[in-house]
Every structure is written in structure tokens, then in C-alpha cells.
Design a protein. Structure first.
Length: 319
């Protein structure tokens, strides 16, 4: 049973045969809307209405079945085309199928017409769904390709042994390698030391077990020129037909931030370990920070000094 009425274009020069075909088509559920034409010119014009199905006699005065299917396939390549004719030889039937005919039914066996129409419409729907799916896949691939190639983050793929399969331009620039060079390396070849390798193995283990890293991690990688680069990285499983096939990683260069943090840390340690008393106050003159020397020299703990004014230090050494 069809989900909705279909529009059928019927090419038949014999009025009586056309009536028999249309009467048989009334057995379709729901009944179709049939447009009947009896010559090639009218047939070509009727193709502009984009019918859902075409039925055609093979022998039309001044026109032929081969011409009919040639015109139809040029205008409507995905529309099912069924020949309904008095005689079609086996060789001609094969030729018509090659030219795009969906099926053929002999006029003295019209009881086979409804099953042929139903099969043709089912096949047409499958083709339509497959074409829609292919279109959606192409669009998804184009979107992913744009994100992959234009991303400001590095994106790479490696197999379950860590061997690189692919990387986008950002990742290649980060690491200083050409694509063909990177494919000869594993993710562990980029590790700065054994600690980084252990961290990579931990992440890959999480991905293999749960499909993704449990958290974003920082890694120190070794570039082609021998310099180090710090990155934040997250990885996940890549599936194909529901099966794991690779690991995808996304990395962001945090080298500048990491170096600033290290400089700040060095400065903090220098201030904290200075033998001179150092303190920082807010705009209201209350102490926000004191170093260790301030506690040693005044006898107050940091807890006691934070929130006070520097006047507390003039009150004398705290016992």
C-alpha cells in the first residue's frame, strides 16, 4: 500500500488499451492521478509536470518506446519507468532495462501491473532515501572538512598504537612537520620525556576504555627543531559503522601562557624567599600579602598580618 496517491503519466495511443490500464490502476490504494497522452509531443510536454511514475506503450505511431525512455531519463532520471506493451522480445526487454526501464508488463497480463507499480515505487523511495542520505553525508563531510582545515586548534588522528594517520595544517605548524613526515611518527615520538609518555599512555588508556579522556591535560611536546611546545589536549574515539577505528586529538598551543606562569612562579619564589621584608597592600592600605621574612622579622604569622595595616609592625615585635 502506498502512503499517498501518486501521479502517473501514461503514454498510450490506443484509447481502449489506455482505459484498460487506467481501470487496473484503480486497484492501487490509494487510487492514483493519471495523466493520459497519446503521442510523443504531448508526452514530452507532460514530463514537465514531474510525474511520480511513467507507464508507456512500446509501439507508438510516429514515436517509439526507445525515444520515450530516452526523453524521460534525460528529464527525470530518478522517475520509475514501466513499459506496458503487447509484445516485447527478450533482447529488447534487456536493452530497455539497460536504458533505464524499471520493469515491463505485457498487456495480456495486466494483473501484474499493480505489483510492478508497487515494486517500482518502493525502489524509487529507497533511491530517494539513499540520495538524501548521501547528500547529508556530503554536507556533513564538507562542514567537518571546513572545521578541520580552518580550525585554530591542532587536530590529528592516530591509530591505537599511536601512529599518526593525519593532521590539520594548524597541528603541522605547531609541530614543525610536513604531513608525510608526521605519518612516520607515533604520538610518543613527540614526548619530551618519560613522564610525558606515561601521561600519553594514561590518556590513550582512558580513550580506549571510555571513548574519551576524562579531563583535558597539559603535555610538553618536542617539535621537529628540538624546541618544546606546551599544549592542552583532549582525545576521543573515532567510529566508523559503529566500530572504533582511530583516536582523534585536539590540541591548543599554551606555550606562551605556560612560560608566563613559570616566570610568575619564579618571581613569587624570589619574593617569598627574600631575606628582606616584603608586603603588598590594597588601595585601603590593608595587607594582602607578606613574605616569609616579614613573619620572621615581626614574629607575626601570615594569618595575623593579612587584613591588618602596616601600623601593626610599629607596635613592636610580636612574641
Amino acid at each position: 500500500m502506498l502512503s499517498q496517491p501518486i501521479r502517473i503519466l501514461l503514454l498510450e495511443d490506443s484509447a481502449s488499451d489506455a482505459e484498460l490500464v487506467q481501470r487496473e490502476l484503480l486497484n492501487l490504494s490509494p487510487p492514483p492521478a493519471v495523466t493520459h497522452v497519446d503521442n510523443g509531443m504531448a508526452f514530452e510536454k507532460a514530463l514537465h509536470s514531474e510525474p511520480d511514475l511513467i507507464l508507456s506503450d512500446f509501439n507508438i505511431p510516429g514515436f517509439s518506446g526507445v525515444e520515450a525512455i530516452t526523453l524521460a531519463k534525460a528529464a527525470l532520471p530518478n522517475t520509475p519507468f514501466i513499459f506496458v506493451s503487447g509484445t516485447i522480445g527478450e533482447e529488447m526487454a534487456v536493452d530497455l532495462v539497460i536504458r533505464g526501464a524499471t520493469d515491463y508488463v505485457l498487456k495480456d497480463r495486466l494483473k501484474k501491473l499493480i505489483p510492478a507499480v508497487q515494486r517500482a515505487m518502493e525502489q524509487s523511495e529507497e533511491v530517494r532515501k539513499n540520495q538524501l542520505l548521501q547528500k547529508q553525508l556530503r554536507e556533513a563531510e564538507e562542514r567537518y572538512s571546513s572545521l578541520y582545515n580552518l580550525s585554530l586548534d591542532g587536530i590529528y588522528l592516530h591509530d591505537f598504537d599511536g601512529r599518526f594517520l593525519d593532521a590539520n595544517e594548524t597541528a603541522l605548524q605547531m609541530l614543525g612537520y610536513q604531513a608525510d613526515e608526521l605519518r612516520h611518527l607515533t604520538i610518543r615520538d613527540l614526548a619530551g620525556d618519560a613522564e610525558q609518555i606515561a601521561l600519553m599512555d594514561l590518556s590513550i588508556g582512558e580513550i580506549m576504555k571510555g571513548g574519551r579522556q576524562t579531563e583535558i591535560r597539559e603535555f610538553r611536546l618536542r617539535r621537529k627543531d628540538g624546541s618544546d611546545i606546551w599544549v592542552e589536549a583532549a582525545g576521543s574515539i573515532v567510529l566508523s559503522a559503529g566500530r572504533p577505528v582511530a583516536v582523534q586529538g585536539i590540541v591548543r598551543d599554551i606555550t606562551d601562557r605556560k612560560l608566563r606562569d613559570m616566570e610568575i612562579r619564579k618571581l613569587f619564589l624570589s619574593v617569598e624567599n627574600s631575606r628582606d621584608l616584603i608586603m603588598i597592600t590594597d588601595k585601603n592600605g590593608r595587607i594582602e600579602y607578606v613574605n616569609h621574612a616579614a613573619c620572621v622579622l615581626t614574629g607575626y604569622s601570615k594569618f595575623e598580618l593579612i587584613g591588618q595595616t602596616p601600623a601593626i609592625m610599629k607596635s613592636g615585635m610580636h612574641d
